[in-house]
Design a protein around this ligand. Structure first.
Ligand code: UT7
Length: 340
């Protein structure tokens, strides 16, 4: 029987993709609920009881999505024992790029001095990191690339209306990076399920600045360069979609809820996180949360939580993590990682 070289390569690489190093970066400035009480009609009690958020980080005026991505990338490369020269591809998940173009990935490639690396931005809002993990898995296991730097970085504070109490209490800035390779110790990317529903795209949107609604004096006057969200609707969809993605992922991996050692959810609202954990019967001690201290940092939120979990807990070989996320689009996803 004739088996082509490409097929042999695919067979050999199957299930080889793994995260071999992570890093994150949070800006120094802390914006507390007490600070927000001075900006809009709200209270620490309302924010904490409705969202679980106590504070969030805000980047400096001269600190951008690419800068935060570079900090996180350097930490991830060091954890992975790799240098920028080893990297074949830089993937950047962001809805808050430095520019419309060129890509933030290209700016990061320049700053890191990664001469071999191709560079690409993509966006799936808060699900960006999970979309990126599956893309990286595909590139690695097809034998196209050996080492990929996946970065999720967001400066959401540039797109928040700090007069709008519906949104300004929720979001923060931050970045995370992972090195994904075909060999080495780390966390196997076992299974991933992604989804999207563009029918409800306008429920969570940044209305102006694209070609449908280019920047003008009118768009600025109408606050259309800020995030706009129907919070209650988003909440309902988020719980439903993350639950079904996680179920599908467990099914594909031939696993059940009892085999999940850690739930690492998107960090948008503690009530959403608790609802997901309850539906899966996962004890609170196994649910990793950062939402109280960083708020929702979109694409980087689940990735920062993963990085902190890896650094803070003694994860044993064979332990499984279930990552779930939901964001604008709508997009959603679930991924299972296993410690090698
Ligand atoms: O990453 C994915 C994207 N985002 C999310 O996942 C967020 C999903 N949604 C949520 O987390 C929640 O819907 C929010 C936290 C945004 C809002 O919580 P809620 O329990 O759905 O509140 P609500 O929007 O129904 O508002 C309840 C009341 C309203 O007043 P009335 O109409 O009952 O008098 C709001 O005007 O609370 C009022 N309100 C506030 N009050 C104090 C809304 N925002 C605030 C605020 N402080 N910051």
């Amino acid at each position: 029987m004739f088996v082509s070289y490409a097929v042999i390569r695919m067979i050999v690489k199957q299930d080889s993709a793994r995260i071999i190093g992570t890093g994150s970066y949070l800006p120094e400035r802390v914006l507390t609920n007490a600070d927000l009480e001075k900006l809009v009609e709200t209270s620490d009690e309302w924010i904490y009881s409705r969202t679980g958020i106590k504070e969030r980080r805000i980047a400096r005026a001269d600190e951008f999505t690419s800068d935060m991505g570079v900090h996180a990338a350097r930490e991830a490369l060091s954890a992975a024992g790799k240098s920028p020269e080893d990297i074949d591809l830089i993937l950047v998940a962001t809805i808050t790029p430095d520019y419309m173009f060129p890509s933030t990935a290209a700016l990061i490639q320049r700053e890191l001095k990664a001469p071999q690396a191709a560079a690409l931005d993509f966006q799936a809002a808060c699900t960006g990191f999970l979309y990126g993990l599956l893309m990286a898995k595909g590139f690695i296991e097809s034998g196209v690339y050996k080492n990929i730097l996946l970065i999720a970085s967001e400066k959401l504070s540039s797109f928040i209306n700090y007069d709008d109490r519906n949104t300004c209490i929720l979001f923060g800035d931050g970045a995370c990076a992972s090195v994904i390779s075909d060999s080495g110790e780390g966390y196997a990317i076992r299974e991933a399920c992604l989804g999207a529903d563009g029918e409800v795209a306008e429920l969570l949107i940044l209305p102006a600045g694209g070609c449908r609604n280019p920047a003008s004096a009118q768009t600025v006057a109408a606050n259309q360069h800020y995030i706009s969200m129907e919070g209650k609707e988003v909440f309902k969809h988020a719980v439903r979609r993350m639950e079904s993605a996680a179920k599908e992922c467990l099914l594909k991996a031939n696993m059940n809820e009892d085999q999940i050692d850690w739930l690492v959810p998107h960090q948008a609202n503690e009530r959403i996180i608790d609802a997901i954990a309850k539906r899966f019967g996962i004890d609170d001690s196994k649910v990793f949360k950062t939402v109280h201290k960083y708020g929702n940092t979109s694409a980087s939120a689940v990735a920062i939580a993963l990085d902190e979990l890896i650094r803070e807990k003694d994860i044993k070989t064979g332990e499984n993590m279930l990552l779930v996320a939901f964001g604008a689009g709508f997009t959603w996803g679930a991924t299972i990682l296993t410690k090698l």
